[in-house]
Design a protein. Structure first.
Lengths: 332, 330
């Protein structure tokens, strides 16, 4: 890797080449075992440790994508990595070979600006080749800056304009109810704190309670940082859990980086007879210590140096997690 | 389905045709935002309560819900007043419906100033402009009950997002029967050689009256076109008439900016420039009054069209001869 960076210094655009050197997919992660397919889930659901390891892999992909794209929202993607890992690797009933399967669970990334984290999960599940990730935000490639259902397999609806996602989720949930799939197919929407500042989200929250939908879960990636500062400075959202509850939802608050809590909250939300909110307290930029919980990275891609440092940190984490997993398997 | 010969509002046709569609097609769902009696979707709601969603006064949520329903295989008709469907929920319609090219029909009633007493806050005179500017959106404005009935039925057969504009007041019949189809969206209702009157929606019957008056008082043979599909505009039909008469008056219950006038001018300017005079709303908002009084106030009348036509005819010999390309404009 260092040699590649050295070689890049002679290149007219050393940034681009240096970034590219960081993102070889041929040696992406040690032991890249594919995610467990839906069919295999019955036999053995991925363990908490495995889900955590997958979250690290998704984070690594995000850093790589953003380093190459030199554009996008890295810290917003990182705060959602654990939730997305739990969803795609364990909670969602989905089948990449049948993206149109009518009974599948739906995942909607209401906070569309965190698209890289969903793209990473979709690619690792085979919705499209891993190589496509390097086309993020580039002309002629299918991975748009915000999720686009008309271009990217596995994206249920296009998002990116804050506040609209939960309403879309509600429409999907009602359509599934009309098709008699309310008890089988569940809709999970991942919202940001920005989503919760938009009035439309509360129109949707009101309506979901009114229609008594039981197959809708809203997860709020409450990372407390937005473009212009902390949410407390810009527009304080207060006690989101209490707000959802007062609208008639089931609402719980969890640590959005505690995998066990995430999985438990998500699986519990499927069993309820009313819409469920999971307010996940998270840290923006989670997993990259230079970025974690710090203001000033929203919408800013990492520099080559930041990307390299982030990758080094995440790869070390991954090796540690992989070794721990191997040791556990050795025991059993 | 039955044709109406007495004056009836186009929104009534929408409501009744939705019930007919609902009986035939399981995948139709209808959404409204607490205006279902006005938009006439209450009839569908009564017949098919399971497939009717009253979203309350929350139009943005309604449009995004329609997106979600359509993305899951339904064919939603989302209804409210034109002002809220396009003005308040523009971004929701844009990203969720038009961008995704989903088969959502926006049934917008109370377009224009003829809704009357509620005044400027409710009189939507820019909706056609907004929906025309939106990529992938088809814009339909039927002329009377009979055409509105067909427009609603036919909308089910099409796959693209559609904006359907209906009106509040009872409006005279232009078509004797419920037409077989909207076709290309431009119908020649009256043939003539001297001037072309191109109208849409509530202005179509007024254009026909204006043509009568021009014939009676000035001996002018006016050709009258009804444009029911403003976007995509079938330019051949427009150009064929323009090439014949050499001068045009457009008439719409809408701003002359961005609406029918601009659509026709765009086609003509590129392919067959002739003088085109517009009847419509200038740089002004509506006012309260009865619907008919509002139309009078803004000159949206048969006489308004005829007077504009007379002005245009004065200019015709100066600017239209010789026609640049003649009839062989193709």
């Amino acid at each position: 890797m260092v040699a590649a960076v050295e070689a890049a210094k002679a290149h007219p655009d050393p940034d681009a080449l240096a970034n590219l050197a960081l993102v070889r997919h041929l040696h992406p992660v040690p032991d890249p075992r594919p995610p467990t397919k839906e069919a295999a889930l019955g036999e053995r659901a991925p363990s908490i440790a495995e889900l955590e390891r997958w979250a690290t892999i998704l984070r690594i992909e995000c850093v790589r994508m953003l380093a190459v794209a030199k554009s996008g929202h890295l810290d917003s993607s990182l705060s959602a990595a654990d939730i997305v890992s739990a969803l795609y690797n364990r909670v969602l009933r989905h089948d990449p070979e049948r993206p149109d399967w009518p009974e599948r669970d739906r995942f909607v990334l209401c906070k569309g600006h965190a698209a890289p984290i969903q793209y990473a999960a979709l690619a690792h599940h085979g919705y499209f080749p891993l190589e496509d990730l390097m086309g993020l935000r580039k002309i002629g490639e299918h991975l748009q800056g915000h999720p686009d259902m008309t271009r990217t397999p596995g994206v249920e609806v296009s998002t990116g304009s804050l506040g609209q996602g939960l309403s879309m989720c509600l429409g999907i949930a009602l359509a599934l109810r009309l098709d008699g799939l309310e008890d089988t197919a569940h809709v999970f929407g991942l919202l940001s704190d920005g989503d919760c500042q938009e009035g439309q989200t509360w129109e949707a929250v009101t309506a979901a309670a009114h229609y008594k939908v039981s197959n809708l879960t809203a997860i709020v990636d409450y990372n407390h940082l937005q473009t212009d500062g902390t949410t407390e400075e810009v527009m304080d959202l207060g006690d989101l859990r209490a707000k959802f509850e007062s609208f008639g939802w089931d609402a719980v608050e969890i640590d959005g980086h505690d995998m066990e809590a995430i999985v438990e909250a998500l699986e519990r939300s499927r069993t309820l007879d009313r819409p469920a909110a999971i307010v996940a307290q998270t840290r923006k930029g989670r997993g990259v210590s230079a970025m974690e919980g710090r203001f000033g990275f929203h919408g800013k891609p990492p520099t080559p140096e930041q990307a390299e440092a982030a990758l080094e940190e995440l790869m070390a984490k991954l090796e540690e997690q992989t070794a721990a997993l191997a040791a556990t398997e050795g025991d059993s | 389905m039955g044709a109406k010969s007495e004056p009836t509002a186009t929104r009534v046709a929408y409501g009744e045709a939705l019930v007919e569609l609902g009986e035939k097609h399981e995948d139709i769902v209808v959404l409204d935002a607490d205006l279902s009696v006005s938009t006439q979707t209450a009839k569908f709601g009564k017949a098919f309560p399971d497939r009717f969603f009253n979203c309350g006064a929350a139009e943005a949520n309604m449009m995004s819900m329609a997106c979600g329903l359509a993305a899951t295989g339904k064919r939603p008709y989302a209804s409210t007043f034109a002002i809220f469907a396009t003005g308040r929920a523009y971004d929701q319609v844009r990203l969720g419906i038009a961008h995704n090219e989903l088969p959502v029909r926006i049934g917008a009633s109370h377009g224009g100033v003829s809704l009357g007493e509620d005044g400027a806050s409710h009189q939507m005179i820019e909706d056609i402009a907004l929906m025309r500017a939106m990529p992938k959106m088809t814009v339909v404005v039927p002329a009377d009950y009979n055409q509105a009935y067909r427009a609603t039925l036919e909308s089910y057969e099409r796959d693209e997002p559609m904006y359907l504009r209906f009106g509040r007041p009872a409006t005279p019949a232009v078509y004797d029967e419920i037409p077989e189809t909207l076709g290309e969206g431009v119908d020649v209702l009256r043939e003539g050689k001297d001037i072309t009157l191109i109208a849409t929606g509530h202005m179509v019957w007024r254009a026909l009256e204006a043509a009568e008056s021009l014939k009676r008082e000035d001996g002018v043979d006016a050709e009258v076109l009804n444009v029911s599909i403003i976007k995509p505009l079938h330019s051949e039909s427009i150009l064929e008439s323009i090439a014949k008469t050499g001068v045009v008056v457009t008439a719409e219950e809408h701003r002359v900016v961005g609406g029918l006038a601009d659509a026709v001018r765009q086609v003509a300017a590129e392919q067959h420039p002739v003088p085109i005079f517009a009847v419509g709303m200038g740089d002004e908002f509506g006012v309260s009054g009865t619907g008919e009084a509002c139309m009078e106030h803004f000159g949206l009348t048969a006489r308004g069209i005829a007077d504009r036509a007379r002005e245009a005819l004065l200019l015709k010999p100066i600017v239209s001869h010789p026609p640049l390309l003649g009839r062989d404009w193709t």
